[in-house]
Design a protein around this ligand. Structure first.
Ligand code: FAD
Ligand code: UDP
Length: 385
């Protein structure tokens, strides 16, 4: 069997590239995916209770890029959502991320932006250029709030102290002195109207795209002829871990369906200091689905190893140093593109991955540096003639 492009992984990176290559270059693509579904970590489905659940943790789509919204809007309409969450610690719920409401909860009376700013200025640790995730938070809010909300959550999530992680990890979380209590700050915040999986079905529905599920690249690479490879799996796996295994953080998701309309007062509650799980997500809040029961998911961080998915590349200097050895090897590969969160070993959001895939497509289109497969008549089965 012969295809112009073999694409490994049916997540955002692989699916967007397949769509662009098929529709804009008219080339054939085989997408192989070792899971039994498309969508990568963004996969969602209706569970028995009818709740549209996110199987691999909550996926809150957000972006500042109109270009990315326009691109995805060819395949979906949107359900606008303002993602709101709470944190549970010291025996009560707190508004999170830290904002003026949180400050009022802390001091137990109404306050103002000016008062909060003055107080933070006193608590803040003076650090001009924060070099890690601990410094990034204490330089904004000081030790007390850091210890309440960040220190132990980060230990649970990463099994490392915040000071061993890049500033970008905790720096993702906004700190505000107004009443904006949204978890995220991007301009566009919405979920695909009929879910991610439905959007992926449309992205991949081009006649020049074949999708093989339950198929590992390592099993098919000998049997399929292709010109160019796009690899969106773990880069260390591609090179048979020749420099050693890259560290990843994994998760265990524990869903529970309950015979009540709602379980908790927000879509997500974080547990920085209690329990072994980091958060409970009740995604039903996001869409306001009217159903008599609900589904919650507890998220337990785990070590990565056999039987566990590599969910998070570790944003830390030691892991990056090892990755750069693989990146050097990757640069020498002919007719192979490494795209996506696992192949570039970066803690990227979905919109960033779409942007990366579109940029890779443009590079391929402009440079024309891709090899297309020339089908050998003898290799084509009658079904393909
Ligand atoms: P993936 O989605 O991981 O897709 C790669 C695919 O390749 C996988 O399906 C895998 O099975 C397949 N594959 C790997 N190796 C092989 C092989 N050898 N053969 C065949 N197939 C293979 N982003 C946001 O923007 N907002 C969020 O709220 C958000 N929440 C997240 C929560 C969690 C718990 C996690 C883990 C991630 C979250 N993300 C979020 C990030 C988001 O999941 C990623 O940015 C995005 O899914 C990356 O797309 P990708 O195509 O690079 O990788
Ligand atoms: N974080 C924290 N306390 C929280 C929420 C987040 O310390 O209540 C830190 C933690 O290190 C986490 C990072 O901020 O990994 C980014 O959080 P986010 O919710 O964006 O993580 P993701 O959804 O990507 O898992």
């Amino acid at each position: 069997m012969s295809f112009d492009f073999l694409i490994v992984g049916a997540g955002f990176a692989g699916s967007v590239l397949a769509e662009r290559i098929a529709s804009q270059l008219g080339k054939t693509c085989l997408v192989v995916e070792r899971r039994n579904h498309i969508g990568g970590n963004a996969y969602d489905h209706h569970d028995r209770a009818g709740v549209l659940v996110h199987d691999y943790g909550p996926h809150y789509f957000r972006t500042n890029s109109q270009r990315i919204v326009d691109y995805l809007s060819q395949f979906t309409e949107w359900h606008p959502v303002e993602y709101k969450i709470l944190s549970w610690t010291h025996g009560r719920f707190w508004q999170f991320p830290i904002n003026l409401n949180t400050f009022e909860e802390l001091i137990g009376r109404p306050s103002t932006t000016e008062e909060m700013e003055a107080q933070l200025a006193e608590w803040r640790v003076k650090i001009a250029n924060p070099k890690n995730s601990e410094e990034v938070i204490v330089s904004q809010v000081g030790w007390k709030l850091y210890e309440m909300f960040f220190q132990n959550y980060t230990r649970k999530q990463w099994q490392r102290d915040a000071r061993q992680l890049d500033p970008s990890v905790c720096g993702r979380i906004p700190i505000r002195t107004n009443r904006d209590d949204r978890y995220l700050s991007e301009k566009f915040q919405a979920l695909p109207k009929n879910g991610y999986t439905s959007m992926f079905q449309k992205i991949l529905s081009h006649p020049k795209i074949d999708v093989w599920l339950n198929t590992d690249y390592r099993e098919v690479r000998q049997h399929v002829r292709f010109g160019h490879l796009i690899f969106t799996g773990p880069i260390d796996e591609y090179f048979d871990h020749c420099f050693g295994r890259l560290p990843y953080r994994s998760l265990r998701f524990e869903p529970e369906t309950l015979p009540q309309e709602y379980f908790q007062p927000a879509m997500q509650v974080n547990y920085p200091n209690d329990h072994d799980f980091t958060r409970i997500v009740e995604i039903k809040h996001a869409r306001g689905q009217k159903l008599p029961s609900t589904t919650i998911v507890r998220e337990y961080p785990q070590n990565f190893g056999p039987g566990h998915e590599p969910y998070y590349p570790i944003p830390a200097p030691d892991a990056k140093a090892l990755y750069s050895k693989y990146a050097e090897r990757a640069a020498l590969e002919k007719n192979v593109g490494f795209v996506g969160r696992l192949a570039t070993y970066r803690y990227y959001n979905m919109d960033q991955i779409v942007g990366m895939a579109l940029a890779e497509f443009n590079r391929l289109r402009i440079s024309r540096q891709y090899q297309v497969s020339v089908a050998q008549p003898s290799m084509l089965s009658p079904a393909f003639l």
